[in-house]
Write a protein that binds this ligand. Structure first.
Ligand SMILES: C[S@@+](CC[C@H](N)C(=O)[O-])C[C@H]1O[C@@H](n2cnc3c(N)ncnc32)[C@H](O)[C@@H]1O
Ligand code: SF4
Length: 396
């Protein structure tokens, strides 16, 4: 079925599942710290978790590492130092590997940033969301605009030059002018990367049960187009639905997901996807989600994950869900390397999507048209059903 000649690049994601307060829009596996943060216990559990994974990645090297959450910046610099040292002792990191930590502006100061830098973090991702106090209050953030600015300046003084800022638009009652003002404020600070997300209302969130007033879809689309143009003028090129970067500063860790590379995931609720070229299998893993059960299971020395082998249909769909987010799309060769399948395995679906004007093919590159980008969810519907190989287009 699969025919992998080599394994794809490998990344490591480490999940820290606690926050000071749960934001009303957030459906990530993040939990309010109720009493004391169990930093030491969790670090032990993470290493037990990583030790369980080692046999599946013997001989492989990490290209990137991402500590996300939740709020990883709740962890002390010495805790992050211990964690990175322990990872390095177990799996080789490629020289110059990208090592990112997500930080919340309400939980940091310069000393903490300096400590993270000394520990080996070389990229920061700051959850700014907006610089406007009213909007920050409306989305339940623990920081205000001046704390966001102070955090960015402190990160710079600590020596970080590779910085991503997370911003959101489509916030409650937010106007296009306010959204663009946030982008201008962010760009004045010269980050290397900007993630600009449209607020999505997810089931199991406070906002789902109490929907805030928001602009209609048409206005949100216009807001996104206006923002993308502004970012482009300032030298931030969009390379994924919500990701903009200065030249050469795309997030390598996220690019690996979108190119359907392999990744290990440790921590409560973390996911992993691994290719075994010797056995010709692709397997998805999910870790125990609840932080307390995760900690208890690790303490008992039991396995923390469940594994699901992927079929070729699963692999094609998951590849599409990732690769079609990229503005650059993918090539037939990239598809084969990442999925272990010939491009003709997706020929029917490709033909259908091209015929409907959702995808385009230019030379060897297959990517979304503007219509496809606007209707990405509908486009992926075609990839969820098996289509017969269509002889109308020749691929390969
Ligand atoms: C994994 S979250 C964690 C980052 C960090 N905990 C924080 O919020 O500051 C990464 C980013 O996803 C974005 N995000 C989270 N929930 C979202 C939602 N419902 N809609 C749009 N973006 C969201 C936010 O910009 C957030 O900074
Ligand atoms: S700080 Fe980030 S991870 Fe935590 S609840 Fe808010 S959005 Fe979610």
């Amino acid at each position: 079925m699969f025919n992998f000649t080599a394994t794809p690049p490998l990344a490591l994601y480490i999940h820290i599942p606690w926050c000071v307060r749960k934001c009303p829009y957030c459906d990530f596996n993040s939990h309010e710290v109720r009493d004391i943060l169990p930093e030491d216990h969790y670090l032990e559990a993470l290493l037990a978790d990583l030790d369980q994974e080692l046999p599946s990645v013997w001989g492989r090297t990490l290209d990137s590492l991402f500590i996300g959450g939740g709020t990883p910046s709740l962890f002390s610099a010495s805790g992050i130092n211990q964690l990175l040292s322990a990872v390095r002792a177990r799996i080789p990191l490629r020289p110059g590997a990208e090592i990112t930590l997500e930080a919340n502006p309400g939980t940091v100061d310069q000393a903490r940033f300096s400590g993270y830098r000394e520990a080996g973090i070389n990229r920061l991702s700051l959850g700014v969301q907006s610089f406007q106090d009213g909007l920050l209050t409306a989305i339940g953030r623990i920081h205000d605009g001046s704390e966001a600015l102070a955090a960015i300046r402190a990160a710079r003084r600590a020596g970080f030059e590779n910085i991503n800022l997370d911003l959101m638009f489509g916030l409650p009652a937010q106007t296009t002018a306010e959204a663009l003002l946030d982008l201008r404020t962010a760009m004045d600070l010269q980050p290397t990367h900007l993630s600009w997300y449209e607020l999505s209302i997810e089931p199991n969130t406070w906002f789902y049960r109490h929907p805030p007033a928001r602009s209609d879809d048409e206005t949100l689309w216009d807001m996104q187009q206006a923002g993308a143009a502004l970012l482009h003028e300032a030298g931030y090129e969009r390379y994924e639905v919500s990701a903009y970067a200065r030249s050469g500063r795309q997030c390598r860790h996220n690019l690996n997901y979108w190119r359907f590379g392999d990744y290990l995931g440790i921590g409560a609720g973390a996911h992993a996807k691994l290719t075994d070229a010797a056995r010709q299998t692709v397997t998805r893993y999910a870790k125990i989600r609840n932080p307390r059960s995760y900690l208890e299971t690790a303490q008992r020395g039991e396995r923390l994950d469940s594994a699901t082998p992927l079929s070729s249909e699963d692999v094609i769909l998951e590849f599409a869900m990732n690769a079609l987010r990229l503005d650059a799309g993918f090539t037939a060769g990239g598809f084969c390397t990442a999925t272990g399948l010939p491009i003709n395995a997706a020929a029917g679906t490709l033909a259908e999507s091209i015929a409907r004007g959702l995808l385009e093919r230019e030379g060897d590159v297959i990517r979304c048209t503007e219509l496809g980008r606007r209707h990405l969810d509908e486009l992926l519907q075609y990839w969820m059903t098996e289509e017969p190989v269509d002889a109308r287009i020749r691929l390969g």
